[in-house]
Design a protein around this ligand. Structure first.
Ligand code: ZN
Ligand code: ZN
Ligand code: ZN
Length: 264
């Protein structure tokens, strides 16, 4: 399974365009910009499609015509800019399945002609399981909300590799841990939005809750020493680059820039 990190940033990205903190200043000076979180799996499965995800694929030199499925975690605009459906509709008659919780699907429908049949929508809720273009996707409960339900995804690729895509979320719901017990993940993409700052309302992770979330997965065997844990949805409250890498390494996790390809 090849996982291309199209974007690794929180909703405002790094740098936040309006901020002069050390993390933002460093990112601005180095040109290492984190755009909205999104991952492209094997060129076929796109998870989250915020306003910058399609353009990020262009920066990687990739046409998205191989994508047959788009999974949306929740309705927040950094994870879903439905204009991609209109842009795709101008050039493609190839079927596409868009999957997400009800509030996300509701945001999509206005962006397609009423009589079109190229794009199909599948509304999911936590606990659902479905086959998508050869990938087994399990829908998991996020500790987050966006006009209603927000979900995470466990993906099993045709090659048998397992990915946990876990953003946006605060500390796990017990139903999530129950659902993933018995699965060993090869790759965990886990949000770490706030660094040393306190996440508002407990719907995102900071270093402390990120560490606890990884420990929870380790305690049920979902994460072991061969699992790569990668922090994503990184916000500017995090420390500057070298310190961020060091702090996450202490937690057994990695962090990478946008457009990093992870070969699992
Ligand atoms: Zn987000
Ligand atoms: Zn900042
Ligand atoms: Zn969100």
């Amino acid at each position: 399974m090849d996982v291309l990190l199209l974007g690794t940033g929180a909703s405002d990205g790094v740098p936040n365009a309006w901020c002069g903190c050390a993390t933002c200043a460093e990112a601005r000076a180095s040109g290492s910009i984190r755009t909205n979180n999104s991952a492209l799996i094997d060129g076929r499965l796109l998870i989250d499609c915020g306003p910058e995800a399609p353009r990020q694929a262009q920066r990687a030199g990739l046409e998205l015509s191989g994508v047959r499925t788009v999974l949306i975690g929740h309705a927040h605009d950094d994870h879903l800019d439905p204009a991609f459906l209109m842009h795709r509709g101008w050039v493609s008659e190839v079927p596409l399945q868009v999957v997400g919780p009800a509030p996300a699907i509701a945001r999509c429908t206005d962006w397609l002609a009423p009589d079109q049949s190229v794009v199909t929508f599948t509304t999911v809720t936590a606990g659902d399981e479905l086959m998508l273009d050869g990938y087994r996707a399990r829908v998991l409960p996020a500790t987050h909300h966006a006009l209603g339900e927000a979900v995470l995804y466990a993906i099993e690729a045709p090659d048998g590799r397992h990915l946990l895509y876990a953003t946006d979320t605060g500390p796990w719901r017990s139903a999530l841990l129950t659902a993933v017990t018995g699965t060993r993940f090869d790759l965990v993409l886990l949000e770490e939005t706030f660094g040393d700052a306190e996440p508002p309302n407990g719907v995102h992770h900071c270093f402390t809750t990120f560490a606890a979330a990884v420990d929870d997965l380790r305690s049920i065997g979902a994460v072991d020493d061969r699992t790569r844990v990668v922090a994503v949805h990184v916000g500017h409250n995090n420390p500057t680059h070298d310190e961020l890498v060091r702090r996450l390494a202490e937690l057994g996790a990695e962090v990478h820039p946008d457009l990093t390809l992870l070969r699992v």
